[in-house]
Design a protein around this ligand. Sequence first.
Ligand SMILES: Cc1cc2nc3c(=O)[nH]c(=O)nc-3n(C[C@H](O)[C@H](O)[C@H](O)COP(=O)(O)OP(=O)(O)OC[C@H]3O[C@@H](n4cnc5c(N)ncnc54)[C@H](O)[C@@H]3O)c2cc1C
Length: 507
Amino acid sequence: MTAAQVTLQQQQSRRPGILIVGAGLGGLFLGIILEELGHPYHIFERATEVRPLGSTMALGPGILPVFEQLDLLKELEKFALPCHSVEIHNANMDLFGSIKFMERERSGYPNLLFERPDLYDLLLRRVPKDRISMGKKVLRTEEVSGRVYIHCADNTTYEGDILVGADGAYSGVRQSIYRELMKKGMLPKSDHEDFSVANISMVGVAEKQDPKKYPQLNDKQANFSTTLGHMKTRTVINIPDNRICWTINIQLSKEEAKAQHFRNSEWGPESNEKMIKEFEQLPCPWGGTMGEIIHATPKHLISKVFLEEKFFKTWYHGQTVLIGDACHKMLPGAGLGAVNAMQDAVVLANCISKMSDVSPQNITAAFGQYYKQRYRHALYSFTMSRFWTKMTYGQTWSERLLRQQVVNFTPEWVYFMLYFKTASYRPQIAWLPLAENRGTVRILPQDDIGSETKADMSKSRFKIKSKSKNKSRNKEQDQGYICEQVEKEKTKQTMESKKVDDHLLIV
Ligand SMILES: Cc1cc2nc3c(=O)[nH]c(=O)nc-3n(C[C@H](O)[C@H](O)[C@H](O)COP(=O)(O)OP(=O)(O)OC[C@H]3O[C@@H](n4cnc5c(N)ncnc54)[C@H](O)[C@@H]3O)c2cc1C
């Protein structure tokens, strides 16, 4: 055997060193899964400290099974409330109608609403501290001789096998690979185009309020109340601990949207007195004015953002891949932005963990699998996000008409069909015991799960009446076939990852 062959064999058996740019919800979730799998990884975040910004977020059946797999669901439920519907009020405060979500009996999981910083803290606590470097703004990335490099603003450079761009809507990693693709004439035209701006939003979470003033705070479910006005929408939602998440939103006309293109659209603590003034005298659907709730929010925790959308066609190139907002920035109407970022993380981790070696060809092939599995589902979520944003915020003539139709004349089964597709797609971590389906909705089989399990998954989802029988068989199947594989794989990976942690090199 020659020396060259020895090197090749050693390379083939090792696990890839993964550089993740961005410690947002997508980047952290990927870190947690890789930690579980024993893969070497490191997260680079440009912020110097965690910023507890943001307001309401929602997670539902599309991702909660993975929270269950990771033992995070109970923790999440501690600071979340289930939400069953959205109530829409007219400008004169009359209840215009409500949009119901799929019930728990059907989907098997609640729709949980909570404050973004709480979820962020939960995920951050699960990632070991030595796996994240804060204050690392990545300026440039490159690939040389089968290795990826990131160059940071503080003049440090890091090297690995795989680079994941989880750096949000204005992803620098995306810009780096797009520059390469443009040079080669390989970038689709639509990927050059600008984001489309739809709304300006301001969000915050008011400090503890009096339940005597707002009786909605006594409820054990989230009351989601939206009030429409002339191109202006305001929303209040109760979360545990007597706090209120709020959003004020201005819909932009096409001309205004064009004029905003040069603006920075990232989430930031940019309180804007002018926008607050426009809303503070308006009545809150729960009584009093919006100003009373807005002014009960610490100023540095109010963020303003231009809500945009864009679905990119190109998600990977060579040894670099994108997840979350970096490849599909969605409008907030369906609450699917974070869900999709996390689903990306699950599927990408599954594809990476199946790689037989870390050759550049194999890495690109794994990314191809990830793209194939995720693209159409993310595109569907993108379309639904646009639809529900028009439904809940839209103020143009055609959007008002659409809302009239949907809220007043749509039978329940049509809602069911609309939710069905999102509720039935639930990618899970292939190497952990699967969370069983407790609902009656049929679940799509998952590409990267062993054929026996796949067959069992879809059977259990058809046989609603004999669920308990299937339950035990599912458990047996999961804990027998899968656990055995998982244990074998985990032991192997832990041993290997100890050997290969040094592949994440500081140069
Ligand atoms: C502070 C903040 C508040 C938000 N609040 C809400 C909210 O209230 N409601 C809602 O629906 N959505 C909110 N979002 C958006 C939502 O979290 C995302 O749409 C969704 O979770 C997808 O996550 P992501 O990981 O793809 O991107 P993001 O959550 O945007 O995370 C991207 C991360 O990458 C980091 N980053 C960017 N560029 C670089 C670089 N060059 N080098 C290193 N790191 C970099 C960013 O600082 C950020 O931490 C917020 C996002 C942020 C960052």
